[in-house]
Ligand binder design. Structure first.
Ligand SMILES: CC(C)(COP(=O)(O)OP(=O)(O)OC[C@H]1O[C@@H](n2cnc3c(N)ncnc32)[C@H](O)[C@@H]1OP(=O)(O)O)[C@@H](O)C(=O)NCCC(=O)NCCS
Length: 157
């Protein structure tokens, strides 16, 4: 089926909320103490991503197969962060592909379109984080040429 990658719009709010909620639930299931889940989540994330789609410093793209939205990517330009020793760059916050569409190259196309847009905006690099136990995501980012640069550690108090 033909796949189109296009900027998200307000009309995509429900799909964005559904997919972002999938990402939130996945992280909560991986480590419920580290990744909070405050219900209800679909509406709030859908509204947030639709608003970010209008933010000139953010990029929100959706993948459309036929007439169904099957994935999205979201990230933004971020300022220099002295505490992280991280110069101004692009941050990739979310990427999601629905189960049925996985391993068909959808996320690769979303990520490449995201990286192209951030390159056009002058970002010298892109950074992202994945949950330590999210191995499929790490394999995916490995395949796209990302290298490991930080390890977040957590201890409850
Ligand atoms: C990670 C994710 C976005 C990958 O989406 P996808 O559309 O299936 O990925 P692609 O088909 O574009 O894969 C491109 C390459 O990445 C690697 N890859 C992707 N998924 C993989 C997996 N589950 N295991 C191993 N390698 C994987 C492979 O090298 C793959 O190429 P190949 O299929 O030719 O071997 C998808 O599994 C997903 O939505 N996961 C849940 C959300 C998530 O974890 N997001 C990342 C954290 S923000």
């Amino acid at each position: 089926m033909e796949l189109t990658i296009r900027p998200a719009s307000d009309a995509d709010r429900a799909d964005l909320g559904r997919m972002a909620a999938g990402l939130v639930r996945l992280h909560h299931a991986l480590d419920a103490r580290r990744f909070f889940l405050i219900e209800p989540i679909e509406d709030g994330y859908g509204r947030w991503l639709a608003r970010e789609a209008r933010n000139p410093r953010a990029v929100v793209l959706v993948a459309v197969a036929g007439d169904a939205i099957v994935g999205y990517v979201y990230g933004a330009l971020i300022e220099r962060d002295w505490s992280m020793l991280l110069d101004a760059c692009a941050a990739l916050h979310d990427i999601w592909v629905d189960d049925a569409a996985r391993r068909t190259g959808v996320a690769r196309k979303l990520a490449e379109a995201f990286l192209a847009r951030m390159t056009e905006r002058g970002a010298p690099r892109v950074v992202l984080s994945t949950a330590a136990t999210n191995e499929p995501a790490q394999r995916f980012f490995d395949a796209l040429g990302f290298r490991r640069t930080m390890v977040e550690m957590t201890r409850e108090l």
